[in-house]
Design a protein around this ligand. Sequence first.
Ligand SMILES: [Zn+2]
Ligand SMILES: [Zn+2]
Length: 70
Amino acid sequence: MSSAAADSRKRRAARACLACRKRKTRCDVARSGMPCNNCRLDGVECVVIKSRRGRYVARTKVHMMSRPLF
Ligand SMILES: [Zn+2]
Ligand SMILES: [Zn+2]
């Protein structure tokens, strides 16, 4: 196990590079960095676009639900 103990286990949306998105292949760019495995194998450029509005923010319109947040 060669983990660097810096494995942040955050539940983010799976990030995939453009090539993987197009091909619908699994992208491990979030884990192993760029280029991802598929791009490295294919020898193509690994491009990841950061989406600015993917932050799961309900626009100030928060309903107070009587449900315990987990
Ligand atoms: Zn990829
Ligand atoms: Zn890639």
